[in-house]
Write a protein that binds this ligand. Structure first.
Ligand SMILES: C[S@@+](CC[C@H](N)C(=O)[O-])C[C@H]1O[C@@H](n2cnc3c(N)ncnc32)[C@H](O)[C@@H]1O
Length: 212
């Protein structure tokens, strides 16, 4: 998408998160929860954590959480949720593409509906790959390239409307070739997450370990 406007995208998210209600609810994403519950709490980076439902959940389990997002409104909601759940996390507002963490900083990375502007996806994935320690884990769930007909049928399911912001198994394999995925699939899903992820759709799911 050549005419993608970063500022408009940031404003879109600030608008969405401005209201008191949590856009995707306050409970963690089910796949994220199922995966992280299997791991020993260490350090985790959650790019595009929005209102923090997943970061706050990880923090409540004892993980040292660094969340990032374009939206300051998202940060405010996440910090509020953390207080409600009696936990804490670090939250950086900004474009993850511009972040510079040292190589091999994190034990885990969670990408949950992290739909970046199309021109940045590969660069961001490469950076995330570098920031993860060997033997570190990745947890990935986001809308699939096969999702568009579901969105057209039922806009309440949510997700980007352009193909180049959606994912495929092949793209995840291409961006994370040095991983052993115990789950990597394009699957149907029934979502009931707040007001903006409701109904039937298609997602790419991945749960893997960095082998080198
Ligand atoms: C669909 S929301 C998902 C929020 C959260 N992960 C969840 O599942 O509740 C997508 C998020 O990606 C964030 N985002 C998009 N591009 C980004 C970028 N380049 N850097 C950081 N965050 C970004 C948006 O601000 C938005 O909060």
């Amino acid at each position: 998408m050549s005419n993608f406007n970063d500022l408009e995208y940031q404003e879109f998210w600030n608008e969405r998160y401005k209201s008191q209600q949590f856009a995707y609810g306050t409970e963690p994403n089910t796949f994220f929860k199922n995966c992280i519950d299997q791991l020993t709490p260490k350090s985790i980076l959650l790019p595009a954590d929005g209102e923090g439902r997943n970061g706050v959940y990880a923090a409540s389990l004892g993980w040292k959480v660094v969340s990032t997002d374009l939206s300051v409104e998202g940060k405010n909601k996440a910090l509020q949720l953390a207080i409600e759940k009696d936990t804490s996390l670090e939250y950086i507002v900004g474009d993850i593409e511009q972040c510079n963490f040292p190589k091999e900083s994190f034990d885990s990375i969670g990408l949950i509906y992290a739909h970046f502007s199309p021109d940045k996806i590969t660069t961001i994935h490469q950076k995330l790959n570098d920031w993860l320690k060997p033997k570190g884990s990745i947890i990935f769930e986001a809308y699939s390239k096969t999702h568009l007909p579901f969105r057209e049928n039922n806009p309440k399911i949510g997700g980007p409307q352009s193909l180049d912001m959606l994912f495929s198994v092949e793209e995840i394999k291409r961006d994370f070739p040095n991983f052993d995925f115990k789950i990597l699939e394009d699957v149907g899903i029934q979502l009931n997450e707040g007001d903006f992820h409701n109904g039937t759709g298609k997602v790419i799911r991945g749960f893997g370990t960095k082998i080198k």
